[in-house]
Write a protein that binds this ligand. Structure first.
Ligand code: GUN
Length: 281
C-alpha cells in the first residue's frame, strides 16, 4: 500500500512560513493576476490564488478583462504592471480566449515579475540550469513534494506523460537538472505502458481519466497525478486510477490534496522571492 503524499498539509506549512516571513517585511509583496473571460475553472483558480495571497499578507489585485478584450488592452495592462513599483508578480491566467495568443503576451511581462516562470528568459534559464527568476509553480511543487518524502531523483527513471509548456517541459528540465533520466511521453508515443512501467517516478499531466492504471506502474514507484478532472457527479479526480494504483505504488499523490495545493503554495513562494529580489533583500 503506497504512502500518500499529502500536498495539502505540506502546502499549509509552506504558506504559514511565507506568512511569518512576510510579516517581517517593510513592504508587502504584490501579486497581480489577469483573468480574461469567463472560463469557470480559471475563475475558481484565480479566486483561490487571491485568497491565498491575501492570507499570506500580500497585496493581491485581480484584473478581470472581458472575453472580447483586445491585444492592445492586454499589452497596455501588462506594461502598466511592469512599471508599477508595488507589483512583484504578474500572472496571466491561461488559457486565453481563442483570438489571443499567449506568447504575444508572456514575453512582454518583465522576467523579474514573471511569477509563473513562463517568460522565454526564465524558460531559457531553466533549460540552461542558470537560476531562473522564477520556476513554473506546478513542476516546482512536484519537486518539493518528492523532496519532502525523500524520494531520490538522481539516477532514477522519471517518466512524464504530457509535454505542455506549463508542466511537462519545465518539469523535465527540473528532473534532468537533478540528474534523473527523463522520458517525456505524449499523445503520439508508442508503447506507453512499456515506458511507464520502467518509471521509478511516474508523473501524469494529461487531464485524461485512467491514463495511469495499475498495469502500467512499476512496483514501488512514486506516482504523481497532475490531472484535475471533474467527473459526471461533479467530483474531482485525477489522471490516475488511484484506488488500484495505490496497491502497487510506493508513493502516490491524491486528487484533490496532492499537486494542486502545492502549485498555489509555490506561486506564493515565487511572489515572495521576486519581492526580495526586486528590493535587493
Ligand atoms: N492555467 C493552468 N495552470 C496555470 C498556471 O500555472 N499558470 C497560469 N498562468 N495559468 C494556468
Amino acid at each position: 500500500m503506497a504512502e500518500i503524499m499529502d500536498g495539502k498539509s505540506l502546502s499549509l506549512k509552506i504558506l504559514d512560513d511565507i506568512k511569518e516571513k512576510t510579516a517581517l517585511l517593510k513592504k508587502r509583496p504584490g501579486l497581480s493576476v489577469i483573468l480574461i473571460g469567463n472560463n469557470p475553472a480559471s475563475s475558481i483558480y484565480v479566486k483561490n490564488k487571491e485568497k491565498q495571497a491575501l492570507n499570506a499578507g500580500f497585496n493581491s489585485i485581480v484584473y478581470k478583462l472581458p472575453e472580447t478584450a483586445s491585444k492592445g488592452e492586454l499589452l497596455s495592462l501588462i506594461n502598466n504592471l511592469n512599471n508599477d513599483e508595488d507589483i512583484d508578480g504578474i500572472l496571466l491566467q491561461l488559457p486565453l480566449p481563442k483570438h489571443l495568443n499567449p506568447y504575444d503576451f508572456l514575453d512582454k511581462i518583465d522576467p523579474k515579475k514573471d511569477v509563473d516562470g513562463f517568460h522565454p528568459v526564465n524558460a531559457g534559464k531553466l533549460l540552461l540550469n542558470e537560476n531562473p527568476y522564477a520556476v513554473p509553480c506546478t513542476p516546482k511543487g512536484i519537486i518539493r513534494l518528492l523532496d519532502e518524502y525523500k524520494i531520490q531523483i538522481e539516477g532514477k527513471n522519471a517518466v512524464i506523460i504530457g509535454r505542455s509548456n506549463i508542466v511537462g517541459k519545465p518539469l523535465s528540465m527540473l528532473l534532468l537538472n537533478k540528474n534523473a533520466t527523463v522520458t517525456i511521453a505524449h499523445s503520439k508515443t508508442k508503447n506507453l505502458s512499456e515506458i511507464a512501467k520502467n518509471a521509478d517516478i511516474l508523473i501524469s499531466a494529461t487531464g485524461c481519466a485512467d491514463m495511469v492504471t495499475k498495469d502500467i506502474v512499476k512496483e514501488g514507484a512514486a506516482v504523481i497525478d497532475v490531472g484535475i478532472i471533474r467527473d459526471e457527479n461533479g467530483k474531482l479526480r485525477g489522471d490516475v486510477d488511484f484506488n488500484n494504483v495505490k496497491d502497487i505504488a510506493g508513493f502516490i499523490t491524491p486528487v484533490p490534496g496532492g499537486v494542486g495545493p502545492m502549485t498555489i503554495a509555490m506561486l506564493m513562494e515565487n511572489t515572495y522571492k521576486l519581492h526580495l529580489l526586486r528590493n535587493g533583500l
